[in-house]
Design a protein around this ligand. Structure first.
Ligand SMILES: [Mn+2]
Length: 374
């Protein structure tokens, strides 16, 4: 298991790389989409939030794909800081919205994704995280309801009252001049069909390029959000996604917090099932209390999930990918994002250190030794 940090686009600087190293990370996962661009209710020192029915921000330039030179330069900067570039998280809605929507630009958008994957292969970036979701991460509210009054994100009920407007996909605005009206609602089976076509089109290129596609589950994992169907909203649905295209390039960006929000199954069983298959490309670690449609995100050391047990399952199954903190509550200080990340990383590093000790080494590890047997 390797420990990394996810950095948003505006954090791709030496200062943040140094912070990652200081906090004990060896790897970074990079976001190239600027989720915060022109977002009215979406401060940069938090995870992208928006409002219950307000999108994050405006998508990128549809004419400008991430260039090979840009990716190589980024890789060099990360390497110069003493870190390993473990992956890119998420595609820009501007580059692939008609794959999600099955719109007229789909053929071009498939070429976009293939080009990005080829460039990633050339630049030696092994993982592309993606989230095949029409409504995206939406329908959540931000409230000071965490431990010690920390600002947290959660759900206060279903989010189907306001349908997804035209011009918005994946909770970002890809067409500010879209006509009024809602995106047409489709069936779950139609969404699965779109995913299957996507995987059939791009997995062969990913295989040739040595890149793994890694799917995030739907967050929040409701059957529908804003009138749009969701793909992976119960733990077993991940298996369907994997079975659609058996390939080492068809993998998961497993999000423990999202799985814990699901109404069926267990996060422990899901982590065991998918790590035993070697299908987890990397992992998001976050704790929660409750399940959809009523849950809230928590600090890593509280909440419904026994994180020691999650990490011990990964250890037992010889998971050798990267674990990164997902979101954290906002801590009351001048650097709420940094404080939340450092707190979570300290927890992960302590657990990893205990798990990495030989079982017979001392009495002090007996508690964790017992967890390893579960
Ligand atoms: Mn996540």
């Amino acid at each position: 298991m390797k420990v990394g940090l996810g950095l948003y686009r505006h954090m791709l600087t030496r200062e943040y790389y140094d912070f990652a190293r200081q906090a004990g990370c060896t790897h970074v996962i990079v976001h190239l989409v600027d989720y915060f661009k022109q977002g009215a209710n979406n401060p940069r020192q938090n995870q992208p939030t928006g409002g219950k029915y307000q999108p994050w921000g405006v998508a990128g330039d549809p004419e400008k794909l991430w260039t090979l030179a840009e990716l190589m330069q980024l890789g060099k900067e990360i390497e110069d800081a003493g870190l390993i570039f473990a992956g890119i998280e998420n595609l820009d809605p501007a580059h692939w919205h008609d794959i999600l929507l099955d719109g007229p630009r789909r053929p071009r958008h498939i070429e976009n994704v293939k080009t990005i994957i080829r460039r990633m292969g050339e630049a030696g970036i092994p993982v592309l995280g993606y989230n095949f979701s029409i409504a995206g991460v939406c329908g959540r509210v931000t409230m000071p309801a965490g431990r010690g009054g920390a600002l947290i994100v959660g759900m206060d009920g279903p989010a189907d009252e306001e349908p997804l407007p035209k011009g918005i996909v994946w909770n970002m605005i890809y067409d500010p001049n879209a006509p009024p009206g809602a995106q047409p609602a489709i069936s779950h089976e139609e969404l699965w069909r779109r995913l299957q076509r996507f995987l059939e089109d791009v997995i062969p290129v990913a295989e040739q390029s040595g890149v793994r596609l890694a799917a995030h589950p739907d967050d929040p994992p409701m059957p529908t959000m804003r009138g749009q169907p969701r793909l992976v909203y119960q733990p077993h649905m991940y298996q369907r996604l994997l079975d659609l295209a058996p390939s080492s390039s068809n993998a998961l960006e497993l999000c423990v917090g999202t799985i814990a929000e699901m109404t069926e199954g267990s996060a422990y069983e899901a982590v065991d099932q998918y790590s035993r298959q070697g299908k987890i490309a990397y992992l998001h670690l976050r704790n929660v209390v409750g399940k959809v449609p009523y849950y809230r995100e928590t600090f890593i050391d509280e909440g419904d999930v026994d994180m020691l047990r999650i990490l011990s399952i990964l250890h037992r199954n010889h998971f050798d990918g990267v674990v990164i903190p997902d979101h954290t509550p906002q801590m009351s200080c001048s650097a709420p994002w940094h404080a939340g990340m450092a707190h979570t990383l300290g927890f992960i590093l302590a657990t990893k250190a205990a798990l990495d000790q030989p079982p017979e080494s001392s009495n002090q590890t007996s508690a964790l030794g017992n967890i390893q047997k579960t």
